[in-house]
Design a protein around this ligand. Structure first.
Ligand code: NAP
Ligand code: G4F
Length: 347
């Protein structure tokens, strides 16, 4: 019998990589997409199948993680072996602007799925993966962070995800659901949303080099992140659900860079020279001609920011036999290649 998976958040960066991984493993993949006024399926269009095809392996359903009835009905309809909850308002800065919606989607979303598993008596059949985040460590209490490190979230997003983390543990212990938390550190790819910092940097520097953009405006240049590749991290999600016992795992590379270092590495790969002058908010990046191409903008600073994140994924490496295949160089090179493909092929 083929296994069936249901992915909430299939149209996002991770949803698309996870769907590819599961299809390669011969799963039947169902995905939940929300209604939007413009198309939101570009990341999964290449694996889309005609719904009239009786031997389908991939199917999309309308639904919304903030709508209990749609969550419940898609779970009842598909009765999946595995559910991956990747649906979220995933932008930390935006969570300060729309905190209530963020809590509804990111905290209660997990609860809605767990309740539906229980309501439809799927506790023995359906495994559940919750997309947790290193943002829950926030004001870090230990370096590096592992599964035992105390959480201290610094954003409405981090707080909402912490609820989802604990409700997942709670349903595991109370109802014996095979429910697991992945605590994933930042992971990027060419499919990353345009407003996340890595995508913003790679895209802007490519355009600046090609004379299609003049300047890049950013916020905090000194924050440090442990960046991995989304494809590697989605493979870890699947591995987490294949273990004998449900558990929680940190997924990280164990190497961190600052935003400024990420810019410098990207610029070097593009054979661009950036000279930094000034301090703090007034720090600017100048090109060879002395023109400021990188500058801070107060709109990109957050009321609170997580200054440093560095993960210890020893447990995942030992129990899941997981380790990242990509590193910062291969990640940035792939992102640059993708930008150039679009610069040359898009109108
Ligand atoms: P993403 O690209 O922003 O994708 C989020 C997905 O959730 C999209 O498919 C989005 O749909 C969907 N979604 C948002 N609100 C929804 C709603 N109300 N109902 C149904 N679907 C909704 O995020 P990602 O980078 O793939 O991350 C996947 C998950 O991992 C998220 O939960 C994120 O918080 C978490 N996470 C990410 C990272 C990271 O570094 N990427 C690290 C740790 C944890 P649309 O396409 O229609 O917007
Ligand atoms: O790319 P970011 O927006 O990612 P952030 O806030 O770390 O969140 C991402 O990773 C989390 C895992 O830790 C996920 F849970 C979450 O869903 C998301 O995927 O910002 C990274 C850093 C921050 O310190 C931010 O202040 O970059 C800094 N930054 C500086 N200038 C900027 C900018 N971030 C953005 N988005 N845009 C800027 O212009």
């Amino acid at each position: 019998m083929k296994k069936t998976a249901l992915i909430f958040g299939i149209t996002g960066q991770d949803g698309s990589y996870l769907a590819e991984i599961l299809l390669k493993k011969n799963y039947i993949v169902h995905g939940v997409k929300r209604r939007s006024s413009s198309m939101n399926t570009s990341r999964v269009d290449h694996i889309y199948q005609d719904p009239h095809d009786k031997n389908y392996k991939f199917r999309l359903h309308y639904g919304d993680i903030t709508d209990s009835s749609s969550v419940s009905s898609v779970i009842e309809k598909t009765k999946p072996n595995e559910i991956y909850n990747l649906a979220a308002q995933s932008h930390v800065a935006v969570s300060f602007e729309v905190p209530e919606y963020t809590a509804n989607a990111d905290a209660l979303g997990a609860l809605r799925i767990l309740e539906a598993i229980k309501f439809h008596k799927l506790e023995k059949k359906t495994k559940f993966y919750q997309a947790g985040t290193s943002e829950m460590y926030g004001k870090v209490q230990k370096v590096p962070q592992d599964e035992k490190t105390q959480f201290y979230p610094l954003s409405p997003y981090g707080v909402a995800k912490l609820y989802a983390h604990w409700i997942t543990k709670n349903y595991r212990e109370a109802y014996k659901i095979f429910a697991c938390n992945g605590i994933l550190f930042n992971h990027e790819s060419p499919r990353r949303g345009e407003t996340f910092v890595t995508k913003k940097i790679v895209s802007a520097l490519c355009k600046i080099k090609e004379g299609k953009q003049k300047k890049l405006f950013l916020g905090n240049l000194n924050a440090k992140r442990d960046w991995g590749h989304a494809r590697d991290y989605c493979y870890a999600m699947w591995k987490i659900l294949q273990q004998k016992k449900p558990d929680d795992y940190v997924i990280a590379t164990g190497i961190q860079y600052s935003i400024k270092q990420f810019i410098n590495i990207t610029a070097k790969k593009l054979k661009m020279k950036i000279k930094w002058k000034g301090k703090g908010f007034n720090e600017k990046g100048f090109n060879e001609k002395g023109y400021p191409i990188i500058q801070c903008d107060k709109n990109y600073f957050r009321p609170l920011d997580v200054n440093t994140l560095l993960g210890n994924s020893k447990k995942a490496r030992r129990n899941l036999k997981w380790k990242p295949r990509e590193n910062i160089d291969s990640l940035i090179e792939e992102m640059i290649k993708f930008e150039y493909f679009h610069l040359q092929n898009d109108k």
